[in-house]
Design a protein. Sequence first.
Length: 362
Amino acid sequence: MALISPSRRLRRTPFTPGVEAAGVKGYTVYNHMLLPTVFRSVEEDYRHLKTAVQVWDVSCERQVSIRGRDARRMMELLSPRDLSKMQDDQCYYIPVVDRAGGMLNDPVAVKRADDHYWISIADGDFLQYALGVADGMGLDVEITEPDVCPLAIQGPKADDLMTRVFGDQVREIRFFRYKELTFEGHPFVVARSGYSKQGGFEIYVDRADLAMPLWDALFAAGEDLNVWAGCPNLIERIEGGLLSFGNDMTRENSPFEAGLGKFVNASGDYLAKAGLAARANPDRMIRPIEIEGDLPPCDRAWPLFAGDTQVGNVTSAARSPDFNTNVAIGMVEAAHWAPGTTLRVETLDGAHVAHVRDKFWI
C-alpha cells in the first residue's frame, strides 16, 4: 500500500512531535487525523503492551460536545442505551443508531453535567449527524467539536505511572468513571478506560500548550517502568473482542448483529426504536473465529463459506503469539455461528479452514 501523503486536511495532533521522536513507523487516518499504528513492530508492541505500560496518542477520538437545556433529551434520542442512571462522573459505551436500526458509531459518552455531554467518537462524521438531529428536532443545544485530544495510558503498569504524575487519587477511579486531576495547575478529565484489555486510563487533554509537557512528564516518570510510546494493537484488540467500527460493523449492521443487544433499552424513546424493534432477532452476528495456516494482512472482508454457500465474512484477523493461532472477528449467519462450526475462509492467498469459537481469547 502506498504511503500517506501529508497535507493540512490530515490533522497532526499536539502529541505528534513526541510520536515522531519515539520512532513511529506507520499511521492510519481516523476522523481526518493521524493515528499511529506501529512503533517497533505489531508483535513487539503487543508483547510490551501486555507486560509494561504505553502512552498512546489517540487525539483522533474527537469529542462531540452537546450542551444546553435539551442535552439529556438529545442523548436519549441518539442512542438506545438507557442513560437514566448515568452519573456526572461516569462514562458509557453507547451504540448510536439511525432510524432503520443501522450502527452509525459506537462512541463513549462522558457526562460532564446534567446539561453537558462529550461523545468520544469512533471513526465517522458524527458531528454532522448530531447537528442534523438537533436542527431537525428543534432542540435547544449547542453542538461543537472542542479541541480535546485524548492521551491513553495502557498496560498493567498504568496505575503506577499515572500515580507518579497525578497522585494517589488515580487509584480511586473506578472503571468507566472519571475524576478531574491537576497537571501544572490545570484540571484534566482522567477516566479509567481505553481501547485495550490491559487496563489503563484516558486523559482528555483540553490545553494544547500542556500536551507535550504532559507527554514528557509521563515518560520521565516511567523510565524505570519501561514506558514506551504505543498505539491500539491489532492482535490484542482481536484477542479481546474489541470491535472496530468501519471494519467489524458498519451502518449495514444493527447493535444486535454487533453483539451489543444488551445496550438496547426496548422501552426507551429514541429515533431508532421502530427500526431496532424490527431487527431484534438477527440472522447474523459477530463471532470470534480461529483460522488455520499462514494469513496475509486482512485489509478487506474475506468471505466465509459453508460448502459453496457464503455464510459471512471475516473482517479482522491477525496471528496471536500468546495463543499460537490466527485470531479473527467475523460476521456469521445464524445457521453457522454455533461454537465448533467449521467453515472455509477465502483470503487473497487462497482458502483456509476456519472454526467458530464460543468466546474471545481474553
